[in-house]
Design a protein around this ligand. Structure first.
Ligand code: HEC
Ligand code: HEC
Ligand code: HEC
Ligand code: HEC
Ligand code: HEC
Length: 261
């Protein structure tokens, strides 16, 4: 074959592969059920109502966007031991008032932030998921934007120092454990660009213990049943990337090779 002919063959082959890949990805997007997007100001807002209504109080509204500008996930989900599943932590008002959970020192202790007395009860017990949308607008307007979740690029906001959340309130992270490796997780399907998992942006927000060993094994490609269908069911990456961190509809950061957003 002449140079020109082989060039045509190669180009044709590439063109067909790209079309097939595009098709497969589009199919994948439709095949899986993505949850509808919440309004930006409500993404990560949750209603806590394990005991409130049973005891004559309105449910509690907890907002992630509001709190993550001041504290990293590690503070609440490692130091304060809130579970990463709403309505599973045994939070009680008695414990709050005794300095645990929401009432921990540096938190809602009446000094760092409003405490657990009148007239502040309804700041938390509002029962309203749309609380603070005006404040959200002010915050979002000064942070880098994205098209997903809170429509805020939290990673960039952190990199640029536009927010500076505390990484601990009482238990300092050990400074000798650092792991910044970016892992390439080949997808189980041919034609699908592999997923990447960068440790660096995660350990700025999280403790190793938030993921290891409960969500992921500490050896690459050994976590069982680690597939998109399960992720979309709220397991693995989906624990955070369907609820608080950028949502699953944003393929690109996880599959840099995918053409669609
Ligand atoms: C900083 C936030 C916050 C403030 C302020 C607050 N609470 Fe709560 N409270 C909670 C959370 C979170 C729960 C657990 C809610 C659940 O699981 O339903 C809770 C639970 C309760 C419960 C459920 C039963 C129990 O005893 O645990 C009652 C009743 C209650 N609070 C009353 C009050 C009253 C009265 C005030 C004001 C004097 C108040 N709370 C102030 C966050 C708050
Ligand atoms: C100020 C404390 C605080 C911070 C900071 C915080 N969270 Fe939470 N988070 C909570 C509380 C409280 C709950 C509800 C726990 C419960 O009801 O058992 C929760 C629930 C969750 C859930 C469960 C969602 C669901 O729908 O079941 C996930 C996932 C989560 N948080 C992830 C994160 C991530 C990721 C970050 C950091 C970007 C973060 N949280 C930062 C306090 C916090
Ligand atoms: C947001 C979740 C998350 C956090 C936080 C996290 N990891 Fe990982 N880690 C993963 C995932 C996902 C894998 C790959 C698991 C798989 O493929 O089965 C992994 C794999 C690893 C591996 C194996 C690498 C290899 O090549 O086999 C090591 C070592 C590791 N993590 C150490 C750490 C340490 C140390 C920290 C804290 C500084 C940490 N991780 C924090 C999610 C996390
Ligand atoms: C325990 C919570 C948690 C889990 C589990 C988790 N992430 Fe994340 N991830 C975050 C948070 C928080 C951020 C910061 C950005 C944000 O909040 O949107 C982030 C950021 C990222 C980024 C960086 C995006 C950027 O802008 O640079 C990538 C890529 C990513 N996650 C991929 C993954 C993949 C792939 C998995 C599963 C293997 C995973 N994550 C599991 C919480 C989590
Ligand atoms: C938060 C990260 C994340 C996001 C966002 C994400 N994926 Fe994935 N995806 C993964 C991981 C991790 C795997 C690989 C699991 C494995 O096999 O190790 C994967 C695997 C796949 C696979 C292979 C099939 C399988 O079940 O393993 C396809 C197809 C896929 N993703 C398509 C998509 C499409 C399309 C989007 C956007 C609409 C998307 N993904 C968004 C993390 C993500």
């Amino acid at each position: 074959m002449s140079h020109k002919a082989s060039w045509i063959v190669v180009s044709l082959f590439l063109a067909v592969s790209i079309i097939l890949l595009g098709f497969k990805v589009a199919q994948a997007g439709e095949f899986w059920a993505f949850p509808p997007d919440a309004p930006a100001s409500e993404y990560g807002n949750m209603i806590i109502n394990r005991t409130s209504e049973k005891n004559g109080q309105k449910p509690v509204m907890f907002s992630h966007w509001l709190h993550r500008t001041r504290f990293t996930c590690r503070v609440c989900h490692f130091e304060l031991e809130f579970n990463m599943k709403v309505n599973t932590t045994e939070i009680t008002e008695k414990a709050n008032q005794a300095g645990f959970h929401c009432g921990a020192a540096s938190c809602h202790d009446g000094k760092a932030a409003f405490g657990h007395q009148e007239p502040h009860c309804n700041n938390c017990h509002s029962g309203n998921k749309t609380d603070g949308s005006q404040k959200f607008g002010e915050l979002a307007s000064r942070l880098p934007q994205s098209r997903f979740g809170n429509h805020i690029d939290w990673d960039e906001a952190m990199q640029k120092g536009l927010i500076n959340p505390s990484h601990y309130i009482s238990i300092m992270p050990p400074d000798d454990i650092e792991f910044k490796a970016q892992l390439v997780l080949d997808a189980g399907w041919t034609n699908i660009p592999p997923a990447v998992f960068p440790h660096k942006p995660h350990i700025q927000w999280l403790d190793c213990n938030n993921c290891h060993p409960d969500i992921f094994n500490i050896k690459k490609k050994t976590t069982k049943h680690f597939e998109m269908i399960r992720i979309l069911n709220g397991e693995f990456c989906g624990v955070c990337h369907m609820t608080v961190a950028f949502p699953m509809s944003n393929c690109k950061p996880c599959h840099p090779g995918i053409k669609r957003s």
